[in-house]
Design a protein around this ligand. Structure first.
Ligand code: HEM
Length: 254
């Protein structure tokens, strides 16, 4: 006999699943794409990058918008995602079909993305919570990968580890999102037949390749092009340097 639903999660299972699915595309997926686009302005040089980041940070009601459209949906998707991931069982080794591998990879990339997002936020946005320098959006470019030491975490790990961390995190987040587009279309009944699923799979794979290349090239730009030394004082650099010198690790890299 079927078990009667008990507990909040059981009773609202359908709604929670749908909200989880939707939040993965809008707003989180949309934010991911936008974030990668913002990062790619690094190719235009440090000043363009900082200018763009500053434009975002000068938006009125930024904190409210961030909480409403990024942090809250992300927290919901991640927490309920952990619940789902702990419930599901991978059968990719017993039945090595493509769909089973994709199911398993969706969960593996979920865990990696979770670690990546927490690490990324602690590295920059909330570094001051753990003894680092406060995030200075006027010198966001300057903060990357040993252009300066932004605090405790930078001192803990060498720059190449951070670059690898960002590269792996970016690829996993993009895979998770793009494979998620395919399962989203199934969840919402957008793709019903095999053929339409194949079309969406090919489109999502194409998008995944473009976003990965985009994200990794931006990372390359952020690491490769050093910020110019003659940036005007007050553009963030001087304040940041002073902050770091006063910070816990104290000493700047040469
Ligand atoms: C960049 C951040 C993220 C994006 C853009 C994203 C996007 C998505 C999308 C679009 C789906 C497909 C929804 C569906 O099948 O209907 C999905 C599924 C999933 N996500 Fe995320 N996600 C992100 C982060 C996370 C995190 C941090 C976790 C937590 C561990 C997580 C756990 C899951 C799980 C377990 C599924 C599979 C759900 C199922 O099989 O029904 N996601 N995600």
């Amino acid at each position: 006999m079927a078990r009667a639903p008990s507990g909040f999660l059981d009773r609202h299972h359908f709604l929670l699943r749908r909200l989880h699915s939707l939040s993965g595309i809008i707003p989180i997926g949309a934010f991911l794409v936008n974030h990668l686009l913002t990062n790619s302005t690094a190719f235009l040089g440090p000043d363009h990058f900082d200018e763009h980041v500053k434009w975002i940070h000068d938006m009125p009601w930024l904190l409210a918008l961030e909480v409403l459209f990024i942090f809250a949906p992300l927290a919901f998707h991640a927490i309920y995602g952990v619940v789902i991931a702990l419930q599901g069982r991978s059968n990719a080794s017993a039945y090595p079909y493509m769909d089973n591998w994709r199911y398993t990879l969706q969960r593996v990339t979920a865990w990696v993305t979770l670690v990546f997002i927490v690490g990324h936020l602690m590295h920059f946005r909330f570094a001051h919570w753990i003894g680092g320098a406060a995030y200075d959006y006027k010198a966001a470019y300057f903060a990357f990968f040993n252009h300066t030491q932004s605090g405790f975490l930078d001192l803990l790990l060498p720059a190449w580890v951070w670059v690898a961390f960002y590269a792996i995190g970016t690829v996993c987040a993009v895979y998770h999102f793009c494979n998620g587009i395919v399962t989203f279309c199934i969840t919402w009944g957008i793709t019903i037949g095999d053929r339409s699923r194949q079309y969406v799979s090919v489109g999502a794979a194409g998008l995944g390749v473009v976003l990965c290349a985009w994200g990794l090239l931006s990372l390359y730009a952020l690491v490769r092009f050093p910020p110019s030394d003659n940036r005007p004082v007050g553009h963030g650099r001087a304040e940041r340097t002073a902050q770091v010198e006063r910070g816990p690790g104290g000493k700047l890299a040469p």
